[in-house]
Design a protein around this ligand. Structure first.
Ligand code: SF4
Length: 186
């Protein structure tokens, strides 16, 4: 039986969910017996080399690049999984959606982040505007706002045990069954 191919990406996330994947510790040896990583920050593959069985995405979409990567994953992965609260609900970045009622919410958000906040040191009073920077979206979108998602794995981050349980099932072609005790975080 061929190894399952897994791709991963971090969109508007903090890489904590990726770090948690490494928390499976020595079980990564078992994982590597039945699976291999394709496009992923874990191996620094920037592009898909072929179609993948499983795509794991942490983080939601806050800019055009996030949307592009997410659509690429949907196109190239048989099963797409939203990993962690940022991918499922938006996480911390989605707090900027709270000022949507403002006349110019994006401007207000950038002004607060780069100029107005008492903790900001910005003598030139500049907001980053390099053309290489991806265009910010009007608000933060969750994965299901943009593409069809097959499964969601909750947690901030989901623990290594949760990720191991979910991945083990997905590799066998089964839906992940996560016991309540495993995903109870309080
Ligand atoms: Fe980081 Fe938590 Fe978001 Fe995962 S869910 S990317 S750990 S903030």
């Amino acid at each position: 039986m061929r190894k399952k191919r897994i791709a991963t990406a971090s969109l508007a996330g903090c890489f904590g969910c990726h770090m948690s994947l490494l928390d499976i510790d020595e079980r990564i040896i078992d994982l590597m017996k039945v699976a291999e990583f394709d496009r992923s920050p874990l191996n620094d593959f920037k592009k898909f080399t072929r179609r993948c069985d499983i795509g794991l995405i942490e983080g939601g979409c806050c800019n055009e690049d996030n949307v592009h990567v997410l659509r690429e994953f949907r196109k190239n992965c048989d099963v797409l999984v939203a990993v962690g609260q940022c991918a499922i609900m938006g996480g911390l970045p989605v707090m900027r959606n709270a000022i949507m009622h403002s006349e110019d919410p994006l401007r207000e958000c950038l002004d607060e982040a780069y100029k107005a906040s008492p903790k900001v040191m910005n003598p030139e009073n500049q907001i980053p505007n390099d053309p290489a920077l991806p265009l910010l979206l009007d608000k933060v979108y969750t994965l299901v706002d943009v593409v069809k998602v097959d499964y969601q794995i909750p947690g901030c981050p989901p623990s290594g045990d949760v990720l191991w349980t979910a991945l083990s099932a997905l590799i066998k072609g089964e839906p992940p069954e996560l016991d309540w005790a495993l995903i109870k975080y309080d």
